[in-house]
Design a protein around this ligand. Structure first.
Ligand code: C5P
Length: 408
């Protein structure tokens, strides 16, 4: 549960995307959050307060004259326990109003009155807005002015996405999907330890062609590498993800902070890393094929009862070792290794052979394709086993460990 004990005020303003908010509330709650919904009058035309009350398990507030709060001050009380206020969808009107500090209904008044009470003090309460509107409305100079002002005021803007819109037009202005909003909120709560850092991650298997339809690969799913990319983005880095053949969506793509290059063979991966080598941290998570086939057939090899094909192999370049051997400007390099026995000894030997400051050794090959993983961290001072945990949590822990080891 990534939002355990978090109190979220979800503000819903008037837009067709409001019909997705019951699902958003459900996702927040599934991750352990408590959700208090506040709607504008316009929002009630798109989704009912009854639905949101049912999914959130809390009364929904719309009017600033609502007397269900004992002191009658809903605009103040409703945010006092909040860890964050999320506005989804955020209409052009609501963003314009808040950029000017206008307060003429419960939600807009709550936004300027918001603050989280802790030990008698009122602390700033973060605000995330998820815009949703027609393309022309989004592009309008007045909306862009509101967005720029809101950002300058510290409001975090998530999205919008591009694509077909409810009105039939196509372009920027779609609300992010509920899963993306959840990911954006979870990312927001992570410490920004890698702000300004450029991170390169290799992930997944590689594929070495035998002929145009056959090849050699391995069981890597790419999940660990993609989790590392996501955790680095959550920590504020810009990420270049170089992925072998996997079936995984690009993490946190809507942030615009991630670039993805898909490759097939180890040689392709080596070339992609070479062009991306100007970075601060390199995570070599990919299970790179050790050998390539030097005589792949240009035509499909025909099956024959009498003759089996003979494959000739040559060693692939060791991408990690090459990166770690880089000149003076080498990035902080992190290797990964799957060992089936003598994890500490083999892992430490591999770390030294590859000349990397940190190696993450998987405890056995069973991790392939799983959502959980158990590893040891191996550095010059020793071997540190970690508990088994899900790959995103593990990735966040690895990022924290790397941050501690980065040169000042
Ligand atoms: O030598 P071994 O394959 O066990 O080392 C694993 C580590 O080295 C991983 O970090 C992997 O990404 C990297 N590696 C590489 N290029 C290779 C082989 C492995 O970057 N050709």
């Amino acid at each position: 549960m990534y939002l355990l004990n978090k109190h979220i005020v979800l503000g819903i303003s008037g837009g067709i995307a409001a019909y997705k908010t019951p699902e958003l509330v459900r996702l927040f709650i599934k991750e352990g959050a408590q959700v208090q919904v506040v709607m504008t009058q316009a929002a009630t035309h798109f989704v009912t307060p009854t639905t949101l009350q049912a999914v959130s398990g809390n009364p929904v507030f719309i009017s600033q004259w609502d007397d269900r709060i004992p002191n009658g001050m809903a605009h103040i009380e409703l945010s006092r326990k909040a860890d964050a206020v999320v506005i989804a969808p955020a209409s052009a009107d609501l963003m314009a109003k808040h950029s000017l500090g206008l307060a003429d209904d419960l939600l807009s008044t709550l936004l300027i009155a918001r603050g989280c009470e802790e030990q008698g003090s009122i602390l700033p309460c973060p605000l995330l807005m998820v815009p949703a509107m027609n393309l022309q409305m989004w592009q309008h100079v007045a909306t862009q002015r509101s967005v720029a002002r809101l950002k300058a005021d510290g409001v975090i803007i998530l999205g919008p996405a591009s694509g077909p819109q409810a009105c039939g037009e196509v372009g920027a202005g779609r609300m992010l999907e509920p899963e993306e909003i959840l990911e954006g909120l979870c990312a927001f709560f992570q410490p920004k330890t890698l702000l300004g850092k450029r991170v390169v991650v290799t992930a997944g298997p590689t594929y070495e062609a035998i002929d145009p339809v056959r090849g050699l690969t391995n069981k890597s799913s790419g999940k660990m590498g993609f989790a590392i990319a996501k955790a680095a983005l959550e920590a504020g880095a810009s990420v270049h993800l170089i992925a072998g053949p996997v079936h995984l969506p690009t993490p946190l793509e809507f942030t615009g902070m991630i670039r993805r290059t898909d490759v097939l063979s180890a040689a392709d991966m080596a070339n992609a890393v070479e062009s991306a080598k100007d970075c601060d941290i390199f995570f070599s998570v990919a299970a790179v094929a050790d050998w390539k086939i030097i005589n792949p057939s240009s035509q499909k090899i025909k099956k024959s009862d009498s003759l089996s094909p003979t494959l000739e192999f040559a060693l692939n370049p060791d991408i990690l070792a090459r990166m770690a051997a880089n000149s003076a400007q080498r990035p902080f390099c992190v290797g990964f290794a799957a060992e089936t026995q003598h994890v500490s000894e083999f892992g430490q030997a591999k770390r030294i052979a590859k000349n990397v400051p940190l190696l993450i050794a998987n405890h056995g090959p069973d991790t392939f394709g799983q959502d959980h993983n158990q590893v040891s961290l191996i550095d010059a001072s020793g071997v540190y086993p970690l508990q088994q945990m899900d790959k995103l949590r593990l990735a966040r822990e690895i990022i924290a460990q790397v941050v501690q080891r980065l040169p000042a």
